[in-house]
Design a protein around this ligand. Structure first.
Ligand SMILES: [Zn+2]
Length: 140
């Protein structure tokens, strides 16, 4: 798949996904819900366009997202679950906001299972993929 050949338009609203800080795909990558190898073949969208996910981001810099569907709205869900999701998703979102300026290689973006970023200092498998093959569509 050509790097700049479409594929980075939001599946929700159809607008271009400007960079990784607003990308639902990369937010889920940071949370280890999307594998590195799947980044190029997974549909991307704005974080805000995935209301069910975006509602769990609680940060002054992020305008709260309201979910209309009663079964999915966090106001109607188990408070313990909501608190855990807010912590998990907000932590990943904050991490994501800092990544473009960080100089961290994309392969080291994801948080650990416990939500802590250890990156280069952790016991990562060796990087056998050359940097030329990095899915770097946002640097086009
Ligand atoms: Zn969108």
């Amino acid at each position: 798949m050509a790097k700049c050949d479409g594929g980075y338009f939001c599946y929700g609203c159809g607008e271009y996904v400007e960079n990784i800080t607003v990308s639902e795909l990369y937010l889920r990558y940071v949370m280890r819900e999307v594998a590195y190898e799947k980044l190029l073949e997974t549909p991307d969208g704005h974080i805000r366009c995935n209301e069910n996910l975006a509602q769990y981001i609680v940060d002054d810099r992020f305008e709260p997202v309201h979910v209309d569907e009663p079964k999915l709205a966090k106001a109607n869900l188990d408070p313990a679950f909501v608190r855990a999701e807010e912590e998990r998703v907000t932590r990943a979102w904050r991490h994501l906001q800092a990544l473009p300026q960080s100089g961290i290689p994309m392969r080291e973006y994801p948080l650990d299972e416990d939500g802590v970023w250890r990156g280069a200092s952790g016991e990562q498998e060796s990087d056998e993929t050359s940097s030329a093959e990095e899915p770097s569509a946002f640097e086009c």
